[in-house]
Design a protein around this ligand. Structure first.
Ligand SMILES: Cc1cc2nc3c(=O)[nH]c(=O)nc-3n(C[C@H](O)[C@H](O)[C@H](O)COP(=O)(O)O)c2cc1C
Length: 197
């Protein structure tokens, strides 16, 4: 069965919850299934080798996850209008995948979470699209035929799924944010199945 990689970094749990909604949407498409993976945090000085499996959240991503997936969704919290360093660090390590064309032609989607409504969600989503374009991915967004895109009072954008966590950093996506994350997962899976048919 074609597997779709849902890869994220999350410190407070907001992006992790969006990842699970996207995975649910993927699972709603007959013949598709989701593989949840995360990227490890990075530190300026590494004194110890981190355990290969995180204490919580999805297992850390391995090179074979990129080879085996038929599509991928990439999620990161917003850091000053950009993706977080661990996700950028992950992308910066994909030189051999780039030269061998591992991701060429694979559909890809992006998702994020911010504290504030206008704190740079779209900039972050676009920042994650740039390396995906270099890798030859076919980008998938959310069309306005999804009614929640017009009714949401929080996150959810045509560029990808998102959540506004607010000043208290509430990680729970709203009904509209969840609906749009699932819709993105379904769309990604449906397009992946068509392209791989
Ligand atoms: C260093 C730093 C920079 C941040 N930059 C922004 C920002 O530019 N805009 C914003 O709205 N939120 C910003 N935030 C808040 C996070 O994006 C927000 O809390 C997000 O929901 C966290 O996702 P997570 O729970 O998956 O870790 C920042 C947080 C940190 C720690």
């Amino acid at each position: 069965m074609p597997e779709i990689l849902v890869l994220y970094y999350s410190r407070g749990g907001s992006v992790a919850r969006l990842a699970r909604q996207i995975a649910r949407g993927i699972g709603e498409v007959d013949g598709a299934s989701a593989r949840l993976r995360s990227v490890p945090p990075v530190a300026a000085v590494t004194r110890a080798v981190a355990p290969p499996v995180p204490g919580e959240g999805a297992p850390y991503v391995e090179p074979r996850d990129l080879v085996e997936c038929t599509a991928l969704a990439i999620g990161s919290p917003t850091r000053f209008g950009n993706m977080a360093a661990p996700m950028k660090h992950f992308f910066d390590g994909l030189g051999s995948e780039w030269t061998s064309g591992t991701l060429v032609g694979k559909p890809a989607a992006v998702f994020t979470s911010t504290a504030t409504m206008h704190g740079g969600q779209e900039a972050t989503l676009l920042s994650m699209m740039i390396p995906l374009l270099h890798h030859g991915c076919v980008l998938v967004g959310i069309p306005y035929t999804e009614p929640a895109l017009s009714s949401t009072r929080g996150g959810g954008t045509p560029y990808g799924a998102s959540h506004v966590a607010g000043n208290d950093d509430d990680p729970q996506p709203s009904e509209d944010e969840s609906r749009l994350a699932r819709a993105l997962g379904r769309r990604l899976a449906a397009i992946a199945l068509k392209l791989s048919a």
